[in-house]
Design a binder for this molecule. Structure first.
Ligand code: HEM
Length: 88
């Protein structure tokens, strides 16, 4: 079934998709940073920047992750009261 969206809904969907994709790619950056941290630990290298390498992507990941977590609850709140056609 094709769904028709308003321009406003379209912008929201694009934004949500952008946040999801950012979260997804940051997870790769974070994983690489964790591997570098483990290698540095084994090699007994100690430098602040190595620790920060993982912390920097983790902060936007936390924010985007919390946003993704809230999405279904916000959508449910927006649709509360409007009975889906299938249940009419
Ligand atoms: C820092 C705190 C984080 C929070 C609060 C968080 C939260 C979330 C939430 C709520 C979702 C969406 C689940 C869904 O409804 O489909 C998600 C997706 C995902 N998370 Fe996280 N996350 C966090 C950190 C991470 C980390 C550290 C990784 C991996 C290194 C990661 C990897 C992913 C991936 C790959 C997805 C799927 C993205 C997609 O749909 O393509 N997340 N996360």
């Amino acid at each position: 079934m094709t769904q028709i969206y308003t321009a406003r809904q379209e912008v929201t969907l694009n934004w949500n998709n952008f946040i999801r994709q950012s979260h997804r790619w940051l997870s790769i950056v974070f994983t690489v940073a964790v591997i570098i941290n483990i290698i540095a630990m084994i090699a007994q290298l100690q430098a602040i920047w190595i620790g920060l390498l993982a912390l920097f992507p983790l902060i936007p990941m936390l924010l985007s992750g919390l946003y993704l977590f809230a999405l279904p609850y916000l959508a449910a709140r927006r649709h509360r009261g409007s009975t889906p056609l299938s249940q009419v």
